[in-house]
Write a protein that binds this ligand. Structure first.
Ligand code: KIV
Length: 297
């Protein structure tokens, strides 16, 4: 009987996973920044889910999810922390590498976003590029960072040096202590004007995506129109955004606490995890998720 070459644990011989062997040949066209921009311009909804490991990332990709975010929500989801504040750059690099490897092995085409964790970009733009480089070298195509105003200069610095950036406004979990809890942001004239100002400045600085988290639906819809070059990705921000994102475990109903109001458990009507992800993609694309009467403010 032929012996397997030493050091080559082929997929057929492995009892632990179902990912195909690594292959350099992709069969679908990879998602790129121009494709995301084109979807935003055409009004086709962009789908995003978080993933933290190789297998879930490959399954999400196979289900048609266009963007995968290795979010620092992994602090809560994978590490059992109370907030994202304790997540390190090394943690993010480990999970980004795992997800990138999974996508590569499955010949995936998803756009991969790595989240810059708390403390890895706040000090200076030089610190930000050092941290962003770690995530890009781990396999990310884009980095995400939280906040508006002071971040504009950092975004400009990264984008000028060839690093695509996704901004994050509204509820920014890394600053949950300053915000006084997980609350809706941008309510009232002063706060909504400030968010608009920050969003426009981030677009001018070169951010090509912005996550809007727990932002009133009318404000998100207005921002989406005012940001033709920066695709808004909502989470608890209503249906008027260019795309949607959910934390994987929340949309699969895999948590022991209460899901936030903006989450739909897609496992309830599915017979498999891939089926739940496909239902999510379909619901975002056809506009049935989110339902502003249930999932928005
Ligand atoms: O860390 C994360 O998963 C996120 C999403 C909730 C947008 O930032």
């Amino acid at each position: 009987m032929a012996q397997e070459p030493a050091g080559n644990a082929s997929a057929a011989a492995s009892p632990y996973g179902t990912l195909p062997p690594a292959s350099p040949m992709a069969t679908r066209k990879p998602i790129s920044l121009p494709r995301i921009q084109e979807m935003h311009t055409r009004g086709e909804k962009i789908t995003m889910l978080t993933a933290y490991d190789a297998t879930f990332a490959a399954v999400a990709d196979a289900a048609g999810v266009e963007c995968i975010l290795v979010g620092d929500s992994l602090g809560m989801v994978c590490q059992g922390l109370h907030s994202t504040v304790g997540v390190s750059l090394q943690d993010m690099a480990y999970h980004t590498e795992s997800v990138a490897r999974g996508l590569r092995r499955a010949q995936g085409t998803a756009w991969l976003i790595g989240d810059l964790p708390f403390g890895s970009y706040q000090e200076s733009k030089e610190q930000a590029i050092r941290s962003a480089s770690v995530l890009m070298q781990a396999g990310a195509h884009m980095v995400k960072l939280e906040g508006g105003g002071w971040t504009t200069e950092v975004v400009h610095f990264l984008v000028e040096r060839g690093i695509p950036v996704c901004a994050h406004l509204g509820l920014t979990p890394q600053t949950v202590h300053a915000l006084g809890g997980y609350r809706v942001q941008g309510r009232g004239d002063v706060a909504s004007e400030q968010m608009k100002k920050h969003a426009l400045a981030l677009q001018d600085a070169g951010a090509t995506m912005v996550v809007l988290e727990m932002v009133p639906a009318p404000l998100s819809a207005e921002l989406t129109k005012e940001l033709p070059h920066c695709a808004t990705i909502g989470i608890g921000a209503g249906k008027g955004t260019a795309g949607q994102v959910l934390v994987l475990h929340d949309m699969l109903g895999v948590n022991l606490g209460k899901n936030p109001k903006f989450v739909r458990n897609f496992m309830l009507d599915a017979t498999s995890i891939r089926g739940a992800m496909e239902a999510y993609v379909a619901a975002v694309k056809n506009g049935s998720f989110p339902d502003d009467s249930l999932h928005a403010w």
